[in-house]
Each structure stands twice: as C-alpha cells, then as structure tokens.
Design a protein around this ligand. Structure first.
Ligand code: GNR
Ligand code: NI
Length: 174
C-alpha cells in the first residue's frame, strides 16, 4: 500500500481521457488499494486514477456516512473499473462539490439526481445499479475525471474564474 501524490490544476494530465482497463489483474488491484489509502489520507470521499497520474478508467468512492459507537467512520469502500453511465434521471439535484485536485475550493453543481451505472468491481464482478443521493453525485464527479472534465467546468465562466483566482491566492499565501 502507498499514499500517492495527488496532481492539481493546472496539470494538463487532468484533461486526459483515461483508457479502459483490459481486466482486473494484480496491478489494477494494487492501484485500487493505493487509491483508497490516498483518498482516506487526503481525506476525500472519492478519487479517480488520473488524480494520482494514472490515466486508467478506475475510480474509488467511500462516502463514510456511517459511524460506529465511538463515532469513528465505518469504512464502505467501493471500487469502479470501466464504469459506464447507462441512464440518468430527469430530476436534478444540487450539491456543494469540492475536488482534491482543486484544493479547498467549493461550489454548487447541478447534476442528475440518480444514475444507472454499470461497472466491474475489485473482484472482477459485473454490476448494474441505480445510484442516488451523494453516491450519484460523487460517481458523476469521478466519471467526469475519467473524461478530463472538472467540476469547475460545470460553473459559469465568472464563477470558474473566481474559484481559480481564490486557489491561486491561497497558494501564494501558503
Ligand atoms: O472529496 C470529495 N468530495 C466531494 C464532495 C462533493 C462532490 C464530489 C466530491 S469528490 C471529492 C474528491 C475528489 O476530488 N474526487 O475526484
Ligand atoms: Ni475531483
């Protein structure tokens, strides 16, 4: 296991379209495990492989919504290999999104409230499920990464420029 460096804007690799994985082999399982460790360390609720500079269609999500008796988050890791969005709801929802590649910047993004997704998991099993709530939002945010799209691309130019300006200001201050 390893915590991998997360690349940030304006790294041009974040604009790559990631390549499908041929099959879930030891290398892919190693990548998934390293991505979970990197995501939990960050911390974040999702991570796409390109954020650790690997242009493969692999993403991981753990919303960490449940807590145990001591208030510690209960792990609920989910890995998605070659995910595809098959259908989306007509209904939309808005979440305040953030991105580990655009650190500490947040903005409201509107996306379909539910999506039907097909994917292969870490064990090589195929799935086809409707996702909703934060899971649907996060999955769509991560799917965007596989296609070189960032959440700021869903904002007006004015709002996008404001986010980038704030990030650059924060970086200069640091
Ligand atoms: O940690 C993250 N939080 C988040 C919040 C709302 C919508 C999407 C996300 S994903 C983000 C981690 C990340 O950058 N994944 O690509
Ligand atoms: Ni992101």
């Amino acid at each position: 296991m390893a915590i991998l460096p997360i690349i940030e804007i304006p790294d041009p690799r974040l604009r790559l379209v990631s390549e499908p994985v041929a099959g879930v082999d030891d290398d892919v399982r190693q990548l998934i495990d390293d991505m979970f460790e990197t995501m939990y360390d960050a911390p974040g609720i999702g991570l796409a492989a390109i954020q650790v500079a690997v242009p493969k269609r692999v993403l991981v999500i753990d919303l960490q919504e449940q807590e145990d008796e001591e208030g510690k988050p209960v792990k609920a890791p989910r890995a998605f290999v070659n995910p595809e969005i098959l259908e989306t709801s007509d209904e939309y929802s808005v979440y305040q999104e953030g991105c580990l590649s655009i650190p500490e910047q947040y903005a409201d993004v509107e996306r379909p409230a539910r999506c039907r997704v097909a994917w292969i998991d870490r064990d090589g099993e195929r799935h086809d499920e409707w996702l909703d709530g934060l899971m649907a939002t996060c999955l769509q945010h991560e799917m965007d990464h596989l296609n070189g799209v960032l959440f700021i691309d869903h904002l007006s130019r004015l709002k996008r420029d404001m986010v980038i300006k704030k990030l650059n200001k924060a970086r200069k201050a640091a």
